[in-house]
Design a protein around this ligand. Sequence first.
Ligand SMILES: Cc1cc2nc3c(=O)[nH]c(=O)nc-3n(C[C@H](O)[C@H](O)[C@H](O)COP(=O)(O)OP(=O)(O)OC[C@H]3O[C@@H](n4cnc5c(N)ncnc54)[C@H](O)[C@@H]3O)c2cc1C
Length: 497
Amino acid sequence: MVDCDVLICGLGPVGQLLALLLGDRGVSTIAIDRNHEPYTLPRAAVIDDEVLRILQSVGLDEAVLADAQVQPGASIVTADGRAVEVFRSRVGRLGHPPLVSINQPSMERTLLGALEDRPTVELRWGTALDVLDRRADHVDAYVRPVDGGPAEKLTARWLVGCDGGTSAVRARLEIPFEGRTAPQRWIVVDALVDRPLAKVPHPHFIGDRARPAVTLPMSPGRHRWEWMLHPGESPAPFLTPESVRERIAPWLDGQTADIERAVVYTFHTRTAARWRRGRVLLAGDAAHLTPPFAGQGFSSGARDAMNLGWKLAEVLAGAPASLLDTYEQERRPHVTAMQRLANTMGAFVQATKPRTVRARDLLLKTIDGTRVQELFASNIKPLPTYGAGAFAVAPGRRAGRRSVGALFPQTDRLDDRLPAGWAAVAIDDVARELLEDAGITVVEPGPDREWLDEHEATWALLRPDRFVFACGRAADVGPALSAWRRTAAPVREGVAA
Ligand SMILES: Cc1cc2nc3c(=O)[nH]c(=O)nc-3n(C[C@H](O)[C@H](O)[C@H](O)COP(=O)(O)OP(=O)(O)OC[C@H]3O[C@@H](n4cnc5c(N)ncnc54)[C@H](O)[C@@H]3O)c2cc1C
């Protein structure tokens, strides 16, 4: 007898999102957290359009946006004070703004509130994971109430460690957490402000040679500053209320700011050596840590939850368990790319050597106002694609040209018109009929017909996470459906799972 199909260890935002996605598929889920309540202080500052699309899939994009600020872009400020735009935020093919400031506790409240409406999900706060016992067809987890009391055995078919950077699950599996920890630490100051700061209309990376800094508007009424400590420098003098007030004063122009907290953070670039051992998987910070310079820590974890959620649901409904191997196969290269992006941004901001600073500023000033800047600022984070994984055929080698393996666009909220689970778009009656006969719902692509035209396709079969499983002309539907039957759970009552 199992207690649940999936046991989630850790109710940070990634565990919450995974619980929501599993709840939407009717998967019986227990999620535990050693804390009595969600972490109440802000961490993640921004999320992107992919995360908003994932939130849309659980019906929460608008609720999260209600306490968020859409950012028009991001700039690096040269050592002599010139702000050069390096990221331009336009609503593109994912249908959401690509740079949005949030307040993580507020977003988590929204996610947790929604979990109350998922009857197959049970949350247990104040419950820590102690011991893991992996068996061939289930996992026994020994958990205990943190306030005392006897340990309890929870038996699950699958267990997912969403328990953060110091993951107990990862430790129990003896999986190395490979990578590096940056020598310089950062002071992070969060404040409540009565109105947006005129001097910081959007995120600014301050390339001050003596003291690199980052400052950005958070959710409405909040602002953040971050200052780099040099390797070996003591944080204590920076953390006194007087020192914090003095440091933020030049940004305020006389307006008031209530300091919520000032803390020291160490940034890591680390990835677990493997993300699955038998029936136990890792997701979010437990699987990978990324410095915050590109705002991709939680965003990467949200993509993990989306990728893993549907695969677990399919396997529980009868798909081959090997589908779960494609989780790391798809996600790892993408996480590595986001870590690289974050570290490139970090190197730009954290430069202190005079020659490096001069070279950086020369480069920024040279591109400022040119077509190169326009191209760079609009394409710094290209649309995601996967080079290998759960697809009908191997995706093309060139990421930018991929059809199969690409995240299908939803320029005009296409996802709202698609059923949960597998679905297809088609502009070709023959293909439509073949797909529908297989139990797949097919819809008109609307403006995203353009994508089909670009890829010389008349239909696309979309995975539950909206990546393109297969696409082509009517003659290609048959082989695609054969591949789909080998990958997905058997169709129940004529409806694709
Ligand atoms: C300064 C800073 C700025 C950041 N900025 C951004 C940003 O702009 N954008 C972005 O996307 N990300 C950002 N991040 C990263 C983001 O906050 C994290 O990636 C995100 O919180 C990770 O979520 P998670 O659910 O994986 O882990 P966590 O939020 O760490 O949650 C893990 C949970 O597991 C629980 N747990 C741990 N051990 C056990 C156990 N043994 N038993 C039971 N429960 C356990 C913990 O109590 C915790 O609730 C930033 C982080 C920092 C520190």
